[in-house]
Design a protein around this ligand. Structure first.
Ligand SMILES: [Zn+2]
Length: 285
């Protein structure tokens, strides 16, 4: 596969992680409550800049027989450094009309933006778009109260506008769920609230192998090493940290591989508990 794509099997389920691109964020948006000295040391030891986080956007393509499922759609036209998902799918032999199911872990612009094209129409015309009912209600009925985010006000406004624009364009293709639900054989969506009210994790299981895609329950490997470090994009920080602990502890105890949308590509790897608390991240499949 070309750079930006990586294929692997979860039992009999064929998976590909596909890079939609990336975006450069101010570091405090990702680590609003981190101890500054520890954060600086941790970033420096990884050879990463201190002021900005270069954050990948990685979607998950799942092929089960003829079923084609895409988890998250990337940022679409939101920035010049994202919006590659349709090209990546073509390279994997998938046309937009072949996608039967899109799962949206949540309705932030970097996850839903690619579901609507530059003409304002659905990118994947034949796909049902699975989303938590709570997520739909939060953005559409509740108008999305974003006061809990530790982000600039103009960014909050644009996040709300993008969610409503995209969900509106997809309204005839949205299928909401209100509990843990099997989306396709061996693919389950699990409520994972905190980052957003209806945030979902996706669990793949086949032939004794498991992969859990935690979405944005952790957006940087340092959120595993330092589980109490919050993310400024989390609407309810305490709930988000509790969800992260639950998901990662399950991955460790049940020997699941873990995927996170914003982790360094290929965004899949293993987690292991550290004696001093938190978890280590070892990339790769
Ligand atoms: Zn995200």
């Amino acid at each position: 596969m070309p750079a930006g794509s990586h294929g692997f099997q979860v039992g009999s389920i064929r998976c590909s992680v596909l890079s939609d691109g990336y975006f450069s964020y101010p570091t405090p948006w990702f680590f609003p409550n981190a101890d500054q000295d520890r954060l600086s040391r941790a970033l420096a030891s990884r050879g990463q800049p201190l002021g900005r986080v270069l954050s990948p956007y990685t979607c998950l393509l799942i092929e089960i027989g003829r079923h084609v499922v895409l988890v998250d759609t990337g940022g679409g036209t939101a920035s010049a450094t994202s919006g590659s998902i349709v090209a990546r799918l073509h390279m994997a032999g998938i046309r937009p009309r072949d996608v039967e199911t899109v799962v949206l872990t949540h309705a932030h612009p970097d996850h839903i933006g690619g579901a609507v094209n530059s003409s304002g129409r659905p990118t994947f015309p034949n796909a049902r778009h699975v989303l938590a009912e709570l997520e739909w209600e939060f953005w559409m009925a509740g108008r999305g109260d974003l006061r809990g985010l530790r982000l600039p006000d103009d960014l909050k406004d644009s996040m709300g506008a993008t969610a409503r624009r995209c969900l509106g364009a997809l309204k005839f293709q949205i299928e909401t769920i209100d509990r843990e639900t099997e989306i396709a054989p061996g693919v389950r969506a699990i409520p994972a609230p905190g980052h957003t009210p209806g945030h979902l994790a996706i669990l793949l299981s086949s032939e004794g192998q498991h992969l859990i895609n935690v979405g944005d329950a952790a957006v940087h490997p340092l959120h595993l090493e330092e589980p109490d470090w919050e993310n400024g994009f989390d609407l309810a920080a305490a709930a988000a940290v509790a969800t992260r602990r639950t998901l990662v502890e399950r991955a460790v105890s049940e020997r699941m591989r873990l995927m996170a949308f914003h982790f360094p590509f290929p965004s899949v790897g293993r987690v292991a508990a550290r004696a001093e608390g938190g978890w280590t991240w070892s990339p790769g499949w």
